[in-house]
Design a protein around this ligand. Structure first.
Ligand SMILES: Cc1ncc(COP(=O)(O)O)c(C=O)c1O
Length: 439
């Protein structure tokens, strides 16, 4: 199919995710022919750097040969059999590995997309309270600027007006903590000590202590909310407070999980073990949809009883624990260990932060440069609030060879963690030129 026909058919029938479809009249969707490593190859022969890891999931880049082989091997056995009433070696081996990510978290419940994992954590935390007779504990606490997905429960506990407001009439309303100790890097004094914020936060929390079932956080990095980084001490204190008040902690590591922040899990920055750990995206390094909720024995046993007692967690997704996805995930975990991917992320991140700071210095158009692990971000200085500067820069960068897709006017890089220095240098130049052209 030639690209004119492709784009015509696309425009007639494809409703793209998270898009104003009219935008595609003036700037067409990019026709992808193949993708390899950090690059997406377009049908006209050009290639662009995937600077955002295709929505933060291509941990090991595109087309990793070992992941391809894992997929082929599994497909020769079987591709999918429902996980209710059956088991298989692939899922058991993967589950065994996931059970060792954090101490005590050894019960793994599978879903497909990240949002489904959040729904599971929300529902499990509510059902546990119902079984325990703690009927007053029906509320959730969330953080300002948080994002946990698009399904109704996940959107309810999110706090980004752009996605949430229109659906308000059908969403439940959590308590929102708004004074968050944000930092630019781990060198910020607030990173280790956020006590000056805590008194006010604790006062707000205490109002909800007896009616809350769970507090949900994106540990350390709030991604869709603008790549904001907060104090590890804040996360530590939230965990301590939730424990002291019999409130579950849900850690949404769907974006941060598997080394993005320079530790395997972002919770590890604060030595925190949540009650529910939600994983997705990078679990299969962006090959296939697979997500997981990992919890501990105490929660699991609240549900464990004779069927007639009605305590079963009757929640299912057709592709929960899909064998093809599980086989890839198993290989992802092996590669992360063998290739010390967290170390690679930290090293890459240092270069990324330096590069973004240099761009800020050279252009004078970036504010609040921040970074942790292999994620850096900065806010474009733009005094015209109606201007879609981020979108203009996206277009300018694509023409030069990088897929940036800023979040509003926040520009960021979250590339595959094994990106090399040469590609980073290229990305730096493209970003610099795109900013210069647009502002
Ligand atoms: C922190 C976080 N939670 C949940 C989700 C939702 O995951 P999915 O898009 O796979 O449903 C996302 C997606 O970007 C995310 O960043």
């Amino acid at each position: 199919m030639d690209s004119i026909e492709l784009l015509t058919l696309d425009h007639q029938h494809v409703w793209h995710p998270c898009s104003q479809m009219k935008d595609y009249e003036s700037f067409k969707p990019l026709p992808v022919a193949k993708a390899q490593g950090c690059y997406i190859h377009l049908s006209d022969g050009t290639k662009i750097i995937d600077a955002i890891s295709s929505w933060w999931c291509k941990l090991l880049g595109h087309g990793h040969p070992r992941l391809k082989q894992a997929l082929i091997n599994q497909s020769e056995k079987f591709e999918h059999v429902l996980l209710a009433n059956t088991t298989n070696e692939t899922i058991v081996l993967l589950t065994k590995q996931l059970s060792t990510l954090l101490p005590t978290l050894d019960k793994v419940c599978y879903a497909s997309d990240g949002s489904c994992a959040i729904e599971i954590a929300i529902k499990m935390s509510i059902q546990a309270r119902q079984i325990l007779g703690e009927y007053q504990r029906t509320k959730f606490i969330t953080l300002a600027n948080s994002y946990h997905g698009e399904t109704i429960g996940a959107l309810s506990v999110s706090n980004i007006d752009r996605y949430r407001n229109i659906f308000k009439p059908i969403l439940f309303q959590p308590c929102v903590l708004s004074s968050i100790p944000y930092v630019s890097t781990t060198n910020d004094p607030l990173w280790n000590d956020c006590s000056i914020y805590w008194t006010e936060i604790e006062k707000k929390l205490s109002e909800y202590a007896s009616t809350t079932t769970a507090l949900i956080v994106e540990p350390i990095v709030q991604a869709a909310g603008g790549m904001k980084i907060y104090s590890k001490d804040f996360l530590y204190r939230l965990r301590k407070w939730t424990k002291e008040n019999n409130i579950y902690l849900i850690a949404d590591e769907i974006m941060t999980g598997f080394s993005r922040t320079g530790k395997l899990l972002a919770c590890q920055h604060a030595d925190v073990i949540p009650d529910f750990l939600c994983l997705g995206k990078n679990l299969t390094a962006g090959w296939l949809p697979l997500s997981a909720v990992i919890t501990h024995h105490d929660i699991y046993h609240i549900f464990y009883d004779d069927y007639e007692k009605g305590k079963s967690f009757l929640h299912s997704h057709t592709y929960a624990g899909n064998a093809l996805a599980a086989s890839v995930a198993l290989e992802v975990l092996t590669i992360i260990k063998e290739e010390k991917i967290s170390d690679q992320a930290r090293l890459l991140g240092e270069h990324m932060l330096t590069a973004m700071l240099e761009i800020a210095y050279d252009t004078n158009k970036l504010d609040h440069v921040r970074g942790i692990g292999a994620m850096v971000a900065a806010d474009l200085i733009c005094h015209d609030h109606h201007r879609r500067l981020g979108y203009e820069i996206y277009q300018a960068a694509v023409k030069r060879g990088a897929l940036l897709r800023p979040l509003g006017n926040t520009i960021y890089w979250a590339p595959p963690l094994n990106m090399n220095k040469e590609t980073l240098d290229q990305l730096k130049k493209i970003t610099l030129d795109a900013i210069r052209e647009s502002v």
